[in-house]
Design a protein around this ligand. Structure first.
Ligand code: NAD
Ligand code: G6P
Ligand code: MN
Ligand code: MN
Length: 433
C-alpha cells in the first residue's frame, strides 16, 4: 500500500485532497495518510484531520489517517510527500500584502515583494524537508504546492539537489476547465500546450483533430464573466496585444501586462476590504466552523471560494499518474532540460509534460513566438534565481538585487524601503537574514 504524508495538513484544502484519494482508491491504493503540522497549527490540524477521518470512514476504504506534529516520524518510508504549508500562517501573508500596498506597490502573495518574501520564509523549511526525505524516505516523490510554487521548485532542484520534486498549481487546470466550459465540451476534447513559469505561463490549444483554436478561444473569452481563479480580478487584457502574442496569457500575467490597472484595483480593494489574506481569514473561519460539525463527512461546497480550488485534486491525479506510469499530459513545475530553448537547461519551468513512473518528461516546446515573451520570461527567471539565492544565503544585497529585478518593484529607493520594512516585519521567520 501507499503511504502519503501531507505537510501543512491543517490547511483548509485538505478535504479536497482526501476526496481525491477516496475517488481514486481502486487505481491508487493509499493505505496511510499522515497529516503533519506544527504547534501553531495544532487546532486546525485537529479539526480538519477529524473531518478527514470521518470522510475516509464514510467511504469505507482500507486507509488510515494519522495526525502528528512529528514530521520525521511521518516522513519515514513515505511514498509521496505533499507540501501545503504556510510559514507564519495567514498573519504573515497579510504583512506580505499590506506592506507593499502601504508603499503604493502591488501587495500579492506570489507576485512582487510579497511573493519574494513568501519564498524567503518557505525555502529554508522546504530544504529541511528535503534533507529529511533524503534520509528517511529516499525513494519518495515530493509534490509541492507551497507558493511561490515555481520558485520553491527551483530551490529544491538546484539547492536541495533533489530531482524527485514536482511543483503544482491549479492555474493550468482552471484554464483548461474555463476553455471547456466556453466551448460547452469536455476537457478531453482539447489538447493544450503550456510553457512558461509558475504564475507566468502561456498556452496554446487545439481540437482533437489538430486544428489550432488559440486565436478563436481568445475571441470567445472576451467579456465573459466568471473566468479565472477567485483571487484575481478579471480585468480584460488588451485584446490586440494578446491577439498578436501567439499564445494566451494566464490569469496572473495581468499583474505585468496591466500593471497600472491591477495596482489601482488592488489598492481600491485594499482600502475597502483589507488584503486578500484578511478576506481569506474570514472564509477560513467559516470553513472551519463547518469542518467542526461531526455530521459533515464530505468536502463542503464553500471551499470553492478559495483561489486554489481543484489543486488538491490535480495532486491526486499527478500521484496516480506517477504510481501507475500513465503517461498522461499535465502542466507541472519541473526541470526544463532544454524543452524551452529560451531558458536555462536546469531551471524549473511550468510546462506540459508526460507524467511517467520516472516523473514528468517535459514536452519539447522550442522558442517563444516572439521576443516580447522571451525577454520578459528571462527577466522573471533571473528574478527567481536571485530570490532563491537570497533565501538560501540571507544576503541582503542579493535580496535587494532580486527586488530591483522584479518588474513590480519600480526602482531601488522604494525597493530598499519595502525590503527593509518586510525584513523587520518577518524577522521571526527569517533566521537566515
Ligand atoms: P494555511 O495558512 O492554512 O497553512 C497551512 C498549514 O501549514 C497550517 O495549518 C500551518 O500551521 C501549517 N504550517 C506552517 N508552517 C509549517 C511548517 N513549518 N511545517 C508544517 N506545517 C506548517 O495555508 P493555505 O491557505 O491552506 O495554503 C497552503 C499553502 O498552499 C500556501 O503556501 C499557499 O500559498 C499554497 N497554495 C498553493 C496553490 C497552488 O496553486 N500551488 C493553491 C492554493 C494554495
Ligand atoms: C490560486 C493560485 C494559488 C494561490 C491561490 C490563492 O489561484 O494558483 O497559487 O495562492 O489561488 O487563493 P486564496 O483563496 O488563498 O487567495
Ligand atoms: Mn498557483
Ligand atoms: Mn472559474
Amino acid at each position: 500500500g501507499i503511504k502519503i504524508v501531507t505537510i501543512g495538513g491543517g490547511s483548509s484544502y485538505t478535504p479536497e485532497l482526501i476526496e481525491g484519494f477516496i475517488k481514486r482508491i481502486k487505481e491508487l491504493p493509499v493505505r496511510e495518510i499522515w497529516l503533519v503540522d506544527i504547534e501553531e497549527g495544532k487546532e486546525k490540524l485537529e479539526i480538519v484531520g477529524n473531518l478527514a477521518k470521518r470522510m475516509v470512514e464514510k467511504a469505507g476504504i482500507d486507509c488510515k489517517v494519522y495526525l502528528t506534529l512529528d514530521r520525521r516520524e511521518a516522513i519515514k518510508d513515505a511514498d509521496f510527500v505533499t507540501t501545503q504549508f504556510r510559514v507564519g500562517l495567514l498573519d504573515a501573508r497579510i504583512k506580505d500584502e499590506r506592506i507593499p500596498f502601504e508603499n503604493g506597490l502591488l501587495g500579492q502573495e506570489t507576485n512582487g515583494a510579497g511573493g519574494m518574501f513568501k519564498a524567503f520564509r518557505t525555502i529554508p523549511v522546504i530544504l529541511d524537508i528535503v534533507k529529511d526525505i533524503k534520509e528517511l524516505a529516499p525513494d519518495a516523490w515530493l509534490i509541492n504546492f507551497t507558493n511561490p510554487a515555481g520558485i520553491v521548485t527551483e530551490a529544491v532542484l538546484n539547492y536541495g539537489n533533489f530531482d524527485k520534486v514536482v511543483g503544482l498549481c491549479n492555474i493550468p487546470v482552471h484554464t483548461q476547465m474555463d476553455c471547456a466550459s466556453l466551448y460547452e465540451k469536455d476537457i478531453s476534447e482539447f489538447k493544450f500546450q503550456f510553457a512558461g513559469l509558475n504564475h507566468f505561463v502561456w498556452y496554446k490549444v487545439w481540437d482533437k483533430k489538430g486544428n489550432e483554436l488559440t486565436s478563436d478561444l481568445w475571441d470567445k473569452r472576451q467579456d465573459k464573466e466568471n473566468l479565472g481563479v477567485k483571487n484575481i480580478v478579471s480585468i480584460n487584457y488588451d485584446y490586440d496585444q494578446i491577439k498578436n502574442l501567439g499564445m494566451l496569457p494566464c490569469d496572473y500575467h495581468r499583474y505585468y501586462y496591466l500593471q497600472d490597472e491591477m495596482l489601482a484595483e488592488g489598492l481600491k480593494s485594499y482600502e475597502e476590504n483589507g488584503t486578500r489574506g484578511e478576506i481569506v481569514k474570514r472564509v477560513e473561519a467559516e470553513l472551519f466552523e463547518l469542518y467542526k460539525d461531526v455530521n459533515l463527512k464530505e468536502k463542503p461546497k464553500q471551499l470553492e471560494q478559495r483561489g486554489g480550488a481543484y489543486y488538491s485534486d490535480a495532486a491526486c491525479e499527478l500521484i496516480s499518474a506517477i504510481y501507475n506510469d500513465k503517461g498522461i499530459i499535465m502542466a507541472v513545475n519541473t526541470r526544463n532540460k532544454g524543452a524551452i530553448v529560451d531558458l536555462p537547461y536546469n531551471s524549473a519551468v511550468e510546462i506540459s509534460s508526460y507524467i511517467t513512473a520516472n516523473g514528468p518528461k517535459p514536452i519539447t516546446f522550442g522558442k517563444f513566438p516572439n521576443a516580447g515573451q522571451r525577454g520578459y520570461i528571462q527577466l522573471m527567471k533571473a528574478m527567481e534565481e536571485l530570490t532563491v539565492e537570497a533565501a538560501v544565503t540571507g544576503n541582503y544585497y542579493t535580496a535587494l538585487q532580486a527586488f530591483t529585478t522584479n518588474p513590480l518593484v519600480p526602482g531601488t529607493t522604494i525597493g530598499r524601503k519595502v525590503l527593509n520594512e518586510l525584513l523587520d516585519a518577518h524577522e521571526k521567520y527569517l533566521p537566515q537574514f
